[in-house]
Design a protein around this ligand. Structure first.
Ligand code: URA
Length: 430
């Protein structure tokens, strides 16, 4: 005989539909019953839509997060003899910051356990980028991860399927039922994985703007505040930076080319916006780990961060000195007139890179590591007629027309450009 269930899921759906609150026992039961397969996908989808439309109280979001954590394993870095600090970005175009950031923070004796994902849609995935390095492998056992954190101090690897499995199922449902954009669901999804991962401190890079998940600043801020509260309540020192994603980050969008740009930053160069954001996030991670005065700029300039990078890549069987893949075909787009590059919208550039093969449409698809876009000018730069504005790269030239279609109207040249605001717009703490 099957056990008597504590609640009726239809009652829970009705409660949220009618703007009521779910109790803690109801939420615990719901996530457990969903994980067991007792609550059907269509019931969970109806509930997700009710949550999207009617929201959740802070207490409900916290309960949902804790219930999703309880659906799987919890990692612990308590055995390490150093503090841990991690970063999570809500994703954007050209966002390669994790690559220079993890080794930079590790220079100061703070361990960085970065469990990362693959890209889906127009935002790239950190693992896809690193897999363009010959030999590098994403899958590590927990023991290998601990060893690397002890010996090197930084690890970027694939998140195992054991962390918050309820979130994995729920996220797949939300993806196919138009319910991804609910703040309670996004916040609990991200934070359940980050809290289960066991980091002591967490900095959230919450992006707003055309290339971000949250296009409006106010919604990005609400998401940031919700996640900071969740982390703090769970005992993780958590802050968030709200950062501009209206324009692609840096000059490289893709996989291998983003690794190349990250290595430039680690060598003390690289585009100003990538360097600024890397430094801002490193400072934040180190402050939360008890080192507010760490001189992060020097660690980039004098090669210490580069040393950790090379050790981190070698520890995962990659060759940091091997040549990165180069595309078979390129297509250069030039300026039609003299003037100033006035606009360069992140989302279309992300979509174009994806169409060139840098991203995937389905989780199981491969990516083309050499595909992507290299920008030769940023908004505010003066350009001359005929000067290259950006270069598309792909393994198959047949991909260029659809990528160019995505870029129609995505950039403009004018007599002047509006000044860009700072990349870091606000800092949120509990
Ligand atoms: N990333 C996640 O992990 N979950 C969401 O809901 C959205 C983005």
């Amino acid at each position: 005989m099957s056990p008597v269930e504590a609640f009726d899921v239809v009652d829970l759906i009705r409660t949220k539909r009618d703007r009521g609150e779910l109790t803690t026992p109801q939420i615990d039961w719901l996530i457990d019953a969903f994980t067991r397969g007792y609550v059907a996908d269509e019931q969970m989808s109806a509930l997700a839509m009710a949550i999207l439309l009617n929201g959740m109280e802070r207490r409900e979001i916290r309960d949902l997060t804790m219930a999703m954590i309880a659906s799987g394993e919890r990692m612990s870095f308590a055995a390490l003899d150093k503090p841990t600090s991690d970063k999570h970005s809500t994703g954007g175009v050209g966002d390669k910051i994790t690559l220079p950031l993890a080794p930079l923070v590790a220079v100061f004796g703070v361990a960085v356990p970065q469990l990362s994902g693959r890209g889906l849609g127009h935002t790239g995935g950190t693992l896809d980028k690193l897999e363009s390095i010959p030999g590098w492998r994403a899958a590590l056992t927990n023991d290998e991860m601990m060893r690397q954190l002890t010996e090197v101090g930084a690890v970027i690897c694939a998140a195992g399927s054991g962390l918050a499995p309820a979130d994995k199922r729920l996220y797949a449902l939300r993806d196919t039922t138009g319910t991804v954009e609910a703040i309670p669901l996004i916040a609990s999804s991200i934070m359940s994985k980050k809290i289960a991962e066991g980091t002591g401190a967490l900095v959230l890079d919450v992006k707003f703007g055309s290339g971000a998940f949250m296009q409006e600043y106010e919604r990005a801020e609400e998401l940031a505040r919700t996640m900071v509260a969740l982390g703090t309540d769970a005992g993780v020192a958590t802050t968030a930076l709200l950062t501009d994603m209206n324009v692609p980050l840096g000059l490289a969008i893709g996989n291998a080319n983003e690794v190349r740009e990250s290595v430039e930053v680690l060598a003390g160069g690289g585009p100003a916006d990538v360097v600024q954001l890397t430094i801002a996030l490193a400072r934040e991670m180190l402050t939360l780990a008890g080192q507010p005065d760490a001189d992060v700029e020097s660690a980039l300039a004098d090669g210490r961060a580069m040393d950790v990078w090379k050790r981190m890549i070698r520890a995962q069987d990659g060759d940091p000195d091997a040549p990165l893949p180069v595309a078979k075909e390129t297509h250069v787009v030039t300026a039609s007139r003299d003037g100033v590059l006035a606009t360069q919208e992140a989302l279309p550039f992300g979509i174009a890179a994806w169409r060139l093969g840098a991203g995937r449409a389905r989780q199981q698809d491969p990516v083309v590591h050499a595909a992507g876009i290299d920008l030769h000018a940023k908004p505010g730069d003066e350009v001359r007629a005929g000067q290259p504005l950006f270069t598309l790269s792909a393994d198959d030239g047949a991909r260029f027309p659809r990528a160019l279609e995505a870029l129609e109207g995505a950039y403009s040249i004018a007599d002047s450009a509006a000044p860009r605001g700072p990349i870091v717009r606000a800092r949120i703490e509990a």
